[in-house]
Design a protein around this ligand. Structure first.
Ligand SMILES: Nc1nc2c(ncn2[C@@H]2O[C@H](COP(=O)(O)OP(=O)(O)O)[C@@H](O)[C@H]2O)c(=O)[nH]1
Ligand SMILES: [Mg+2]
Length: 200
């Protein structure tokens, strides 16, 4: 994908602060430290559009970006960080579920999972929740460079079976180090940006 522009628009915690007149939107979700900022930066060919953090679990806002004046990206706050107190978790849930449910321009949620780990209860519950809300999603396995080809194939099978024993979940392998998978993710984004959102 040729990137002509990629810029930060705004941070928001509630609906009245979201950007208006929105373009087709893609949201990125995953547990803290999974590689979400690195994925977005790779997709837009910018090293520092989104801050990569050595202090995970800090960002508790929805961050909106405008790409090529055509599609909007939303960096959702990371979840599943053990030290986050219950009160903050409840706020996360309210903020993120409110966004996912209410955002008419949302076309796709990209769910990031670390290829080396089994999906957590939080990962699984997000996926079940999106299915129930009929919101399209794509699973991206991050940090693929950390595994050999054989171990990647095994991880792909195992994670696929855990997430969706019966149906086919779309899963893309990705590495921010090699850029592998970025084109495939852009193909999905392009496809959904052109279509209408499924309605529950
Ligand atoms: N080897 C490798 N490291 C990665 C990859 N993606 C992210 N990381 C590292 O994982 C850590 C967390 O990345 P970050 O993008 O900040 O994660 P976020 O908290 O989900 O936004 C950083 O140290 C990154 O350099 C990847 O594809 N390969
Ligand atoms: Mg981040």
């Amino acid at each position: 994908m040729k990137i002509t522009s990629a810029e930060f628009i705004t941070s928001a915690v509630k609906q009245t602060h979201y950007p208006q007149a929105p373009l087709p939107e893609v949201a990125f979700a995953g547990r803290s430290n999974v590689g979400k900022s690195s994925l977005i930066n790779t997709l837009v060919n910018k090293k520092h559009l989104v801050k990569t953090s050595s202090r995970p679990g800090r960002t508790q806002t929805l961050n909106f970006f405008l790409i090529n004046n055509k599609v909007s990206f939303v960096d959702l706050p990371g979840y599943g960080f053990a030290e986050v107190p219950l009160k903050i978790r409840a706020q996360w849930k309210e903020m993120v579920e409110g966004y996912l449910r209410g955002r008419q321009s949302l076309r796709l949620v990209v769910i990031l999972l670390d290829i080396r780990r089994a999906p957590s209860a939080d990962d699984a519950s997000l996926i079940r929740w999106l299915e129930a809300a009929a919101i399209p999603f794509l699973v991206v396995l991050t940090k693929a460079d950390k595994l050999s080809k054989d171990r990647r194939a095994a991880a792909l099978r195992t994670i696929g079976e855990i997430l969706e024993p019966e149906a086919e979940t779309p899963i893309v392998l990705f590495s921010a180090v090699t850029g592998e998978g970025a084109d495939a993710i852009w193909s999905w984004i392009r496809a959904v940006s052109q279509g209408e959102r499924r309605v529950a």
